[in-house]
Design a protein around this ligand. Structure first.
Ligand SMILES: C[S@@+](CC[C@H](N)C(=O)[O-])C[C@H]1O[C@@H](n2cnc3c(N)ncnc32)[C@H](O)[C@@H]1O
Length: 493
């Protein structure tokens, strides 16, 4: 999608996505933040917000698969978003996406139902919240930062009129950036400099003076284009309109003001939305790190440089907890703001509770595949280097007996002790001049291995091993049957 592309996101950026659900653009933003694959924990972060509590969980679902320790989901009215405390003061964001709620008439091609409901009056009621959200965005933007304002509507009231109002309100502090060279190959047209306002009954007004008295509370002066002398200074032609029929797609309009000055605002009041009560985010304290985590560290050979203070749980008691990891910036943001901001979700799951309920030791937790990129460089024990034949056997079955694996793997199993529990399996695929590391978590049972690899990842790894598509489909079908018939309880004991 276009809005995240023009934000030019770098791994150190502090980013706010103001109206983020369902999250397709948030996912794109997180991917850009992680553009340097050699560093799984960039210093930047993404705060993704939506006012709708239910939609926040759709957002969780959408972004969890990206396994990033650098994002948090919050649930607030973006037009009243309180300042977030961070380090020495409040956060000013380097990048903001303001993808506001809109009438959606740019999606008429894919949503034929909209044709029946659409009414030019929709834009009247939406413009005020669009303007308030964008205004709050600019107040939260760092000097020199970039904000993209976007809608999927074609109506100038929701687009150029909002941008024009912002430019006038923040005169001399923000300006539109010319992005005409940023999207090569994309057919766009410049923002409008003149437009009329269409009333509920399809009447056309060219200026506010033409609006009848009984309509003046709906069609307000800021919905009209400003006078020519003001217009000249705004450069609305720098807005871009991506019209559906030009690309054979949907509409997106984008405006990109760049702030040159900071606005300070003391703790805005905000209404608490009705929501489902979340468990708190509880970070490891000294006693957890010296006690419980010490045992885990010995078991997996965790390097002392691992930042264990960035681990957290969602339940205070010791038993049966999953353990998550977040970046140090996010830890700070949550710690400083948890009492005033509704955090919904964050963190990558590193360890997961198993069914070994009576077993109080570290074996009752298994490594999670989600966190493998983070722990890989810190965990030195319980690592098994596979040969290609082992990889193929493991990926083709739900469980594999040790005896069916290569002698080298059998020797490694003996060397890592008799303890049941998670192991990290490693294999390097050589393709052309590239070394592609494959790394996944398996459970070492008494006599068998069980890889925790999703079907889609298995398909991907098998195709990297040059297995043809028909064979891969066969393997996955057999695996599905094997998984259905296997007794889940036996395989961890
Ligand atoms: C156009 S959608 C956002 C689409 C999203 N950016 C994406 O790419 O998937 C607008 C979103 O704004 C949310 N919203 C509406 N009013 C809001 C407000 N006052 N504050 C924050 N979010 C709001 C809606 O719940 C909706 O999820």
């Amino acid at each position: 999608m276009i809005p995240p592309l023009v934000l030019d996101i770098q791994p150190h950026h502090k980013i706010l996505d103001m109206c983020a659900a369902p999250g397709s653009k948030t996912a794109q933003i997180i991917e850009c933040l992680h553009r340097d694959e050699s560093n799984p924990i960039p210093s930047g972060f993404v705060i993704a917000n939506d006012v709708d509590n239910k939609r926040c969980y759709t957002l969780v679902h959408q972004v969890k698969r990206l396994e990033s320790p650098c994002f948090a989901i919050i649930n607030h009215d973006a037009s009243n978003l309180p300042n977030l405390k961070f380090r020495d003061g409040n956060i000013s964001f380097d990048r903001i996406l303001c993808d506001v709620p809109c009438s959606g008439d740019g999606t008429l091609r894919k949503n034929p139902d909209l044709w029946k409901k659409w009414n030019p009056g929709h834009a009247f009621s939406l413009q005020s919240i669009q303007l308030r959200i964008a205004t709050r965005g600019i107040q939260l933007l760092a000097p020199g930062g970039l904000m993209v304002y976007s809608t999927c509507s074609m109506n100038p009231i929701e687009n150029e009129a909002v941008v024009s109002q912002l430019l006038q309100t923040f005169q001399g502090q923000i300006s539109l950036v010319n992005i005409s060279d940023k999207l090569p190959g994309l057919r766009t047209i410049p923002g409008l400099k003149s437009w009329c306002v269409i009333g509920k009954n399809q009447d056309i007004y060219n200026s506010f003076e033409e609006v009848p008295k009984n309509m003046q509370s709906l069609a307000r002066p800021n919905m009209f284009a400003p006078s020519n002398d003001i217009l000249e200074q705004l450069h609305l032609e720098r807005c871009i309109r991506v019209l559906p029929h030009h690309q054979d797609t949907e509409e997106t309009s984008q405006k990109r003001p760049a702030e040159e000055n900071v606005f300070n605002e003391d703790g805005a009041n905000f209404k608490r939305a009705r929501y489902h009560r979340e468990n708190p985010f509880i970070f490891f304290e000294e006693k957890d790190i010296k006690g419980f985590w010490q045992e885990i560290s010995e078991f997996f050979g965790v390097d002392p440089s691992f930042p264990a203070d960035q681990l957290m749980t969602r339940i205070a008691s010791d038993s049966g907890r999953n353990i998550y990891f977040v970046s140090d910036s996010l830890k700070e943001i949550v710690t400083l703001n948890q009492d005033r901001i509704k955090f919904i979700n964050m963190g990558v799951r590193l360890l997961v509770r198993t069914d070994l309920r009576n077993d109080k030791d570290k074996r009752s937790l298994r490594l999670s595949q989600e966190g493998i990129a983070i722990i890989n460089k810190y965990f030195s024990k319980r690592r098994i280097q596979l040969e290609q034949q082992d990889l193929l056997i493991l990926l083709s079955h739900a469980h594999t007996q040790f005896a069916n694996l290569s002698q080298s793997v059998q020797n490694q199993i003996q060397n890592i002790s008799n303890d049941l529990g998670s192991v990290i399996c490693l294999f390097n695929i050589k393709q052309h001049d590239l070394d592609i590391p494959i790394i996944f978590v398996s459970w070492r049972g008494r006599s068998s291995f069980r890889p925790f690899v999703s079907h889609s990842s298995r398909k991907f790894y098998l195709s990297l091993c040059n297995i043809d598509q028909m064979t891969i489909n066969d393997i996955i079908n057999k695996l599905t049957i094997e998984e259905k018939t296997s007794n889940q309880k036996n395989d961890v004991s």
